[in-house]
Design a protein around this ligand. Structure first.
Ligand code: ADP
Ligand code: MG
Length: 838
């Protein structure tokens, strides 16, 4: 051991760095990185690229190496776009992973700092406390009531009480009492651990438990899109053969070789036009970019598919304290039963932890201070023992030896404290009335009681065996967060039930619920009622009750289950160790970034960095926006492929010569160069509809591609097809110039593409409204101006020779623009009619 670790200063940063070089990272399986080569190989093996490559090869065989070369350049272009896209997605996802990776408190350079658990090295001093999942093996230097759940290693459910290595005697036991093991869980107390083994040298690493982590299973959306892609691919294959055969009969004058190759080429053009290879890209890009945007707004998504589930959330179960309220308590009222205010407050103070971290206890101690009762005078005596607070007991006590007497100071929920006090029924009645008064004001009511003893041996084993004197009540205020009332009304409109879950008293909860405008705030289910209810009864009850009071974390599981069985999509918050199962079970488990335990964070789908209810509502809003945009993109991909696919299908059927077709493979690729970024950049950035939170949650059963969306996309696509192909055909017949005809057709498709996105940006608001929202968005401007520039370059630069296009005259260009606008903007009329109807 080095000198600095001996005197409690911890490692220095440079020592830690050296040790990390020597021992590596504290990880069980080092992260594997896909090499650049494999990434490219992966992209090239997609059907789309195989087709592209086939087309290029055919050009070379045909003796048109120039065309083949251009194809290859395009292929490289598209591969670059895809590689950049994937690299960006990877980077985003890794950044998200780092943000939500486990962290641990250590002492480095003499200061307490938080580092990523993977950066722990042997020799580090790590500080552990309740809720921490221990990240490395090490011996216990100092500890305070440390209890660890080691069931993940030993299978033993009972918690193990640890001792510091000073006090330990050497034993032969394999699992040592003065040693903590990675992968186990602190259920109580605090300790300082000297890290000894990390990564795969830990006991946990040796078992190799974590190595076989479950592979990411595909999300519902992924399943839907992959079946969509498959269907399209099958149709494409069938049409490929059809078009190839038709072309074959179209060109009887060709020799066998070229005839065969031309036929295959037009088949390939169609197949390329039909494969919706953008679908999977859209999904990963939208979800990961969505998660990234959420992270910037204090909401960390741990599991990507949650982003899509978020939009469907219909029930939001939230903790009262800290999420709905600010968790900033102040003592508002004190009611001394015998009139002795000072004594009541003194005992209340004695009942608090000496180093209070609970906001309620802090409030109590600071109230004592204002009365002139200092912490020194309170905690000057000797703490004999403690009755720890548990969620089941909802009370706690301290046994002090002070000023020559032994005194027990207890505080907790009045229901429980009263059961250990010696009171007549009338006295109880009087107290109950006062409790009701205070609760109705929305105050958290705490009862205080005391007991004097002669000797230490008289101290009862458990708090429930005490026989105490009731001293009085304390009313604490914890004001609701400022924005909560507004958020609740947003949820009401959005068809999202807000359910309040609290360990507090029902009247208090109900009074706060009223203050913030929660519906159904009169009915309450208490933890005791919950224990009596069957699952069926609970399922009925949750239809009309939104407040659960005096619950323990174990109840949360049943509450989520009841809602889920009613067909709801449930989001639930939790912070404690015992909340983890419910968080896992909920559709969206939300852990608290500030006060949550590591275990709850690990079980959650979402981590709320600011513990704020508003952030949850914002996150749901964004979830809906992202899902909307995915649907818009799917509709777009459908529409835009129709004019391309139909043109490649119909032109050969009409007996048009292969060299005069509207779209040669070259042009299909050119359009792909436009469609890809439109999907992954432009559509991803679409702002939310104004009324997005006025709708009911999406039906989780509903398919992404609904009938109405499909119908709309097909009609829009067909109109674009008629406009572009009609113009092309007309020009071909009248001017007999295939290059001009093709150029006009292509201009129409490209300009339509630009307008289509804007028109479909909202299903109800006019295009101008959506454009106004994005007026300052530089990326949108780049994309639009880029399209127009690209058009001008391919038409009016020498490039048009290579691309088999011709420069259009001014009027030809304007006519194309006009036709493109009409073919898209008619949908604005549909919106207008819908608005008038409403
Ligand atoms: P919440 O769900 O509002 O966070 P908790 O589970 O923290 O509620 O607490 C539930 C009840 O337990 C409180 O209403 C109070 O009566 C009692 N309680 C909580 N903390 C303490 C404490 N430190 N000392 C005594 N009683 C407590
Ligand atoms: Mg609490």
């Amino acid at each position: 051991m080095t000198k600095s670790t001996q005197n409690g200063m911890g490692l220095t940063t440079s020592q830690a760095k050296k040790l990390q070089e020597q021992f590596g990272k504290n990880e069980l399986t080092p992260m594997k990185k896909e090499s650049f080569f494999f990434k490219v190989l992966h992209i090239i093996s997609e059907p789309m690229f195989l087709l592209l490559l086939a087309a290029a090869v055919i050009y070379f065989i045909l003796g048109e190496p120039r065309d083949g070369a251009i194809m290859l350049i395009f292929v490289v272009g598209i591969i670059s776009i895809d590689v950049i896209q994937e690299w960006k997605t990877d980077k985003t996802l890794n950044a998200l992973k780092d943000l939500s990776a486990p962290h641990i408190k250590v002492i480095r350079d003499g200061n307490e700092t938080v580092i990523a658990s993977s950066d722990l090295v042997p020799g580090d001093f790590m500080l552990i406390y309740e809720g921490v999942k221990i990240p490395a093996d090490g011996s216990v230097l100092k500890c305070n009531d440390l209890c660890v759940d080691e069931s993940s290693l030993t299978g033993e459910a009972e918690g193990v009480w640890k001792i510091s290595n000073e006090n330990s005697e050497s034993t032969d036991d394999y699992w040592k009492k003065d040693y903590c093991y990675a992968g186990t869980l602190v259920t109580q107390g605090t300790a300082t651990i000297l890290v000894d083994k990390i990564g795969s040298s830990t006991e946990y690493g040796k078992i190799g438990l974590n190595v076989v982590s479950a592979p990411d299973s595909p999300t519902p959306l992924q399943k839907q899109t992959s079946s969509l892609v498959k269907t399209c691919a099958i149709i494409a294959a069938a049409l490929f053969i059809l078009v190839a055969i038709i072309t074959w009969f179209n060109i009887p004058d060709h020799k066998f070789g070229p005839r065969l190759i031309e036929s295959i080429l037009s088949g390939i053009t169609l197949a390329m036009a039909m494969i919706p290879e953008e679908f999977p890209v859209v999904l990963t890009v939208f979800l990961s970019m969505g998660a990234w945007r959420l992270a910037k707004k204090h909401s960390l998504v741990r599991k990507l598919p949650s982003v899509e589930t978020l939009g469907a959330v219909s029930v939001l179960c939230v903790d009262k304290t800290g999420t709905i309220t600010m968790n900033q308590m102040t003592v508002q009222e004190t009611w001394a039963y015998d009139g002795d205010q000072h004594r009541l407050c003194e005992v209340m103070g004695l009942g608090c932890e000496t180093d209070a971290y609970d906001p309620m206890e802090k409030a109590m101690l600071s109230y004592c201070n204002t009365l002139g009762i200092s912490n020194e005078s309170l905690f000057g005596g000797r703490l004999i023992s403690e009755y720890a607070f548990t969620n089941e007991l909802k009370m706690m006590g301290h046994v002090w030896s002070r000023n020559g007497e032994i005194i027990i100071a207890a505080k907790g929920s009045p229901e429980r404290i009263l059961t250990i006090c010696n009171l007549s029924n009338e006295e109880k009645q009087k107290i109950d009335n006062k409790i009701l008064d205070l609760s109705k004001e929305g105050l958290r009511v705490i009862a205080v009681a005391t007991m004097k003893l002669e000797t230490e041996s008289q101290v009862p084993e458990v708090i429930t065996d005490c026989n105490m004197t009731f001293l009085g009540l304390i009313g604490l205020a914890d004001p609701p967060r400022e924005s909560v009332a507004k958020d609740i009304s947003v949820c009401n409109k959005a068809g999202i039930r807000v359910v309040m879950i609290t360990g507090d008293n029902g009247i208090t909860a109900s009074s706060i619920a009223k203050k913030i405008g929660m519906p159904h705030s009169d009915h309450i289910i208490t933890g005791d009622m919950l224990n009596e209810m069957s699952d069926d009864e609970l399922r009925e009850a949750v239809k009309s009750v939104s407040i659960f009071s005096r619950v323990i974390p174990e109840h949360k599981m049943r509450i989520v289950k009841a809602f889920k069985e009613n067909g709801e999509i449930v989001a639930m918050t939790g912070d404690g160790v015992n909340d983890a199962p419910a968080l896992k079970f909920a559709d969206i488990g939300i852990a608290m970034g500030k006060r949550g335990s590591e275990v709850s964070r690990e079980a959650a789908d979402l981590i709320l960095l600011d513990d704020n209810f508003s952030t949850i509502v914002d996150t749901v809003h964004d979830g809906r926006r992202i899902y909307d945009n995915i649907r818009k993109a799917v509709g777009y991909i459908f529409s835009i492929h129709i004019p391309i696919a139909f043109a490649s299908l119909l032109a050969p059927m009409l007996g048009i010569a292969p060299s005069e077709l509207l779209l040669l493979p070259l042009h299909v690729v050119l359009l792909e160069l436009l469609i890809d970024p439109t999907c992954s950049i432009v559509l991803e950035r679409q702002p939310a509809d104004d009324d997005i939170m006025d709708r009911k949650p999406r039906n989780p059963e509903e398919k992404m591609l609904t009938k109405s969306l499909l119908a709309k996309s097909i009609i829009q696509g067909l109109v674009m097809f008629v406009a572009s192909f009609g113009t092309y055909l007309y020009m071909l017949k009248t001017t007999d110039n295939a290059l001009i005809a093709r150029s006009m057709g292509l201009v129409i498709i490209m300009i339509s593409n630009l307008l289509l996105v804007q028109v479909n940006s909202s299903s109800s608001d006019f295009m101008i409204h959506s454009i106004r929202k994005l007026i300052k968005d530089k990326v949108m401007w780049c994309a639009s101006i880029g399209t127009v520039l690209m058009l001008l370059v391919i038409l009016y630069s020498p490039l048009h020779h290579f691309l088999k296009l011709a420069p259009l005259t001014g009027s030809q260009f304007l006519i194309s623009l006009l036709i493109a606008s009409i073919s898209i903007l008619w949908y604005e009329l549909v919106k207008l009619i819908n608005k008038i109807k409403k």
